[in-house]
Each structure stands twice: as structure tokens, then as C-alpha cells.
Design a protein around this ligand. Structure first.
Ligand SMILES: NC(=O)c1ccc[n+]([C@@H]2O[C@H](COP(=O)([O-])OP(=O)(O)OC[C@H]3O[C@@H](n4cnc5c(N)ncnc54)[C@H](OP(=O)(O)O)[C@@H]3O)[C@@H](O)[C@H]2O)c1
Length: 225
């Protein structure tokens, strides 16, 4: 079974992914900042893991190395961690929140993709899954900074896909619509449950070598775009 590194594993989609992959025998290295939630997840699933703040570039690079050393190499990277500071018109946003979202939502996945490519390229095999958002397909007022970073991640993903696929490495952009997680303060029962979204991503890892999914987009029935 494959070795998988998952960011943002302490809650929501990343947690559901970790649970499902461990149940199916994958060797998972999970990460997040919340040490208590991570320890609980490790106890529940048997996954490996350690804390890292993805806003810190040095911690991102160190996380990849720790995970690779612990698992004996990463075969699947899932860049799942992400956050939105708040809803605000661009004019009302602060430089600090732009820089924070840049670091977590775009720079960290870039650093992890780069590290994974360096490891996967000589092997001629591997898989990188970038969790973006349907927000990157739209231009929604009050979502300017988040949209900027997620569209940036989509651009990175799409170029990387073309560079990686001839080398035997699969790269997929996942565009979830609304999911009922702690991403927002309020519950959204009409949105997708993280377990359902996780199932679709697990399927990407189980697809046969001759099938590559470039984009996976899914939404709750409450959303049209
Ligand atoms: N929920 C939605 O409606 C929705 C829709 C489309 C796309 N997405 C995307 O889907 C992904 C998963 O979202 P979710 O709904 O599962 O969100 P969530 O429940 O808020 O979980 C986010 C995860 O990211 C981690 N994280 C956040 N900031 C971090 C940082 N600085 N360093 C390390 N880890 C950090 C959190 O862990 P710690 O707090 O422990 O650090 C947590 O495990 C994200 O990329 C999000 O943008 C979400």
C-alpha cells in the first residue's frame, strides 16, 4: 500500500481522508498545527504525523523531509490544508492577511509539490493531488484574497501536470464545492460531508495507472457554480 502525506489532517476533509486511507491500509503521514487533534487522530487511525505551521516556509520543507524519512519515501502528496481569513471586499483587506493566505494556500503547496517532484522524478512514479476550490472557477465579491491564492494554486497545478505526466507522475486538481466542515464558523448541513468528498479523492489514488484525472470538480445540490 502506498505512502501518503496529507496536510490539514486535523479536521474536515483532511481528517476524513486520513481515516479512510488508514482503514484501507495506506501508510499515512498526517499534519496540522493542532497537536491534540493530531495525537487523537494518530491514536484512532495508527497514522504517523507531526505538527507544522505551513505559514512558515522552513517548517514546510522540514515537514516533507520528516514525512519522507518516516515513511521511507512519499508516493502520494495531498496538498489539502487551506483557509480563508474572512469575507471582505478587496479594498477592506489587510496586507497581513494577503501574506498569510499566500503562505498557507499557495507557497506551502508549491514547496511541497517541488519537494515531492524531486523525490518522484527519479522513481518515474508518484501522485500529487492539490485541493483547490470551486471558488477558483468563479470571481466572487468578498472572496478576493482566497480566490487569488486558489487560482494561483490552480495555475501551478496545471503547469506541474504537464511537466509531471510525461515522467509517470499523476497530478490532479480537486475543486470541491461547499463542504460542511469547520472551514466556516456556521454549520452548513446542505453542503457536502467531508467523508463524501474524501471518498472521491481516495478513488483518485485507487485508479489504475492508465487512467489520470486532471480535474475533479464536485458540488452540493445547493450550488450551481
Ligand atoms: N469547506 C469548504 O466549503 C471548502 C470548499 C472548497 C475547498 N475547500 C478547501 O478544502 C481544503 C480542506 O478544507 P476543510 O473544509 O477541510 O477545512 P477545515 O475543516 O478548516 O480544515 C483545514 C485544515 O487545514 C489546516 N491548516 C490551516 N491552516 C494551517 C496552517 N497555517 N498550517 C498547517 N495547517 C493548517 C487545519 O489544521 P490546524 O488548524 O490543526 O493547523 C485543518 O486541518 C482547504 O484547502 C479548503 O480551502 C473547502
Amino acid at each position: 500500500m502506498k505512502n501518503v502525506l496529507i496536510t490539514g489532517a486535523t479536521r474536515g476533509l483532511g481528517r476524513a481522508l486520513t481515516v479512510q486511507l488508514c482503514e484501507q491500509g495506506y501508510r499515512v503521514y498526517a499534519s496540522g498545527r493542532d497537536a491534540e487533534a493530531l495525537a487523537q487522530l494518530q491514536q484512532q487511525t495508527g497514522c504517523l504525523g507531526s505538527c507544522a505551521d505551513l505559514a512558515d516556509a522552513e517548517q514546510v520543507t522540514a515537514l516533507y523531509q520528516r514525512a519522507s524519512d518516516a515513511l521511507g519515501g512519499i508516493e502520494v502528496l495531498i496538498n489539502n490544508a487551506g483557509m480563508n481569513t474572512r469575507k471582505a471586499a478587496v479594498v477592506d483587506t489587510e496586507l497581513a492577511e494577503f501574506e498569510w493566505q499566500y503562505a498557507v494556500n499557495l507557497r506551502a503547496p508549491y514547496l511541497l509539490c517541488r519537494a515531492a517532484m524531486s523525490e518522484m522524478q527519479p522513481r518515474g512514479a508518484g501522485q500529487i493531488i492539490n485541493v483547490i476550490s470551486t471558488v477558483a472557477k468563479r470571481s466572487s465579491p468578498t472572496m478576493g484574497v482566497y480566490t487569488t491564492m486558489k487560482q494561483g494554486l490552480a495555475g501551478l497545478n496545471n503547469v506541474l501536470m504537464k511537466e509531471a505526466q510525461p515522467l509517470g507522475i499523476k497530478v490532479t486538481a480537486v475543486y470541491p464545492g461547499g463542504m460542511d466542515t469547520e472551514f466556516r464558523d456556521q454549520a452548513r448541513p446542505q453542503y457536502i460531508r467531508p467523508e463524501q468528498a474524501a471518498q472521491k479523492i481516495v478513488q483518485l489514488i485507487q485508479d489504475p495507472p492508465e487512467l489520470v484525472t486532471h480535474e475533479l470538480l464536485f458540488r452540493p445540490p445547493a450550488e450551481l457554480e
